[in-house]
Design a protein around this ligand. Structure first.
Ligand code: EPU
Length: 437
């Protein structure tokens, strides 16, 4: 049963978006003013999944108003954790203890982060049946590291009819070394290890700020985790009754923050971007400075001032603390109007260049070969209809529209709604000629 008040369509305006919605951007000159950035999608979805671990009511604040949160809420409701949103930015999640360890296809296929219920369900229930998560528009996204890590901890897996089924007695501690610091695999093993018998170490773990947020959440709940923020995490399993529900403030969204910095950059604007943690994006900010942005620390964020024309740089994506792959569509958009030639190398998702065709429609001079894009800056782009192929590519199209003469119409807006909390309203408030149709 859903508690009174849980009607996602009513709470999340964006849930009502249809695939035919568009965003129209008209070049409107320099942006100016203040943008407040909400909490991170890629943290809050994992915090939500982690509430499966123990009974009681959790309170999450700084929660972005995005479609992926609503979908994760639906998935958790199917599992047995009910969600309400008493006010914007706050979620109450109530785990009554009646957990069904099944994640059905209809919900899993909508949201990649549904894989994050695997660890909590398995360690809590000893069994789980999860529809296999699909790929993304930017390529296949395997889960072999999640599976082999959990097997090392004693789980047995079976795959049939598009579902993954896992069983275990109590999981046991294990020493796990990742070939690659996968964000999702680190999160699933962390949550699974919380109730495992003994000590689990995860070496070459991902150390994104969102992982640190999850660790801090788990520790507040009563988990025993050390090495937080480093690439070697150690979890000593606790008994089930050692955990308790908590209140937690979600870490700020560094990708949304970068989006507003990029919007200021291509519009020769000046913005205060608040509610962010510049220390979570140090390497990106260094590179933005190399491109000519003036960045000054202000209370709770950054003041950004763009130069008359950005300078080109070469850049490569890497796991944190490197330049995140999710920043890349924004960076390529900035390079598209910068002075000079920039080479961008993608090291995480080789197929993540599809939006380049859309930028070309706007007059960008970008060529791609394998993992690389060569971007020759042009003085300005020219508006045209373009498509958002995924969340970050969609945001980049909006930013590109700010740098284009005339009108740019972006379709596939439902992708943007998955990860951006009122991108249109926030940009309009700082002077962008932008509307949703
Ligand atoms: N990989 C494997 N096997 C695995 C796991 C990952 O080969 O078992 C590979 C993937 O195929 C990929 C790379 O490792 O090539 C990175 O995958 P990772 O597990 O680190 O990423 P993820 O957890 O699936 C999260 C974010 C992505 C972000 C990546 C990288 C969420 C919900 N998603 O995905 O965010 O790009 O980390 O930082 O947290 C987005 O927000 O738009 C988005 C795509």
């Amino acid at each position: 049963m859903r508690p009174p008040g849980f009607t996602p369509g009513a709470y999340w305006g964006a849930m009502n978006a249809t695939p035919t919605d568009t965003i129209v951007v008209r070049n409107s000159g320099a942006l100016g003013g203040t943008v407040d950035v909400p909490g991170a999608k890629n943290s809050v979805l994992k915090l939500m999944a982690t509430t499966i671990l123990t009974d009681g009511t959790f309170e999450l604040t700084n929660v972005p108003d995005i479609v992926d949160v609503a979908i994760m809420g639906e998935l958790l409701a199917a599992i047995g954790v009910e969600m309400i949103r008493p006010e914007p930015g706050t979620l109450l999640l109530t785990n009554s203890g009646d957990i069904t360890p099944v994640a059905p296809y209809e919900l899993v296929e909508k949201i990649r982060a549904s894989i994050n219920v695997l660890g909590p369900l398995l360690t809590r229930c000893g069994e789980v049946r999860l529809s296999m998560p699909g790929g993304d528009d930017f390529g296949s996204r395997p889960i072999d590291m999640h599976v082999s890590g959990l097997e090392d901890m004693g789980a047995q897996f079976k795959f049939s009819h598009g579902y993954l089924e896992a069983r275990c007695e109590r999981l046991h501690g294990a020493d796990i070394i990742f070939d690659f610091p996968s964000v999702g695999a680190t999160e699933n093993l962390l949550t699974a290890a919380v109730f495992a018998d003994g000590r689990t170490t995860i070496d070459n773990a991902a150390r994104e700020p969102e992982i640190t947020d999850l660790c801090n959440f788990l520790v507040a709940m009563g988990a025993d985790i050390s090495g937080i923020g480093t690439s070697k995490l150690t979890v000593v399993g606790v008994e089930r009754d050692a955990l308790r529900p908590v209140r937690h403030h979600t870490v700020p969204d560094r990708i949304q923050a970068a989006t507003y910095l990029a919007a200021a950059a291509v519009s020769q604007g000046e913005l205060d971007v608040r509610g962010i943690r510049p220390t979570d994006m140090t390497m990106l900010l260094d590179r933005f400075t190399d491109m000519g942005l003036e960045l000054t620390d202000i209370d709770d964020g950054l003041h950004v001032r763009a130069p008359e024309r950005l300078r080109s740089i070469d850049i490569a994506t890497l796991p944190y603390p490197g330049i995140a792959t999710d920043y890349k569509p924004l960076i390529i958009t900035m390079l598209a109007v910068a002075d000079g030639v920039g080479i961008v190398t993608e090291n995480l998702y080789p197929g993540r260049f599809r939006y380049v065709e859309e930028l070309q429609r706007l007059g960008a001079d970008v060529t791609t070969t394998g993992h690389h894009a060569v971007v020759r800056g042009v003085p300005r782009l020219s508006g045209a209809p373009v498509k958002a192929h995924d969340i970050r590519a969609g945001a980049a199209m909006v930013v590109a529209g700010l740098a284009a003469e005339g009108e740019t119409t972006i379709s596939g807006v439902h992708h943007i709604d998955r990860g951006y909390d009122d991108l249109v309203g926030r940009l309009r408030a700082v002077g962008a000629g932008i509307e949703r149709c």
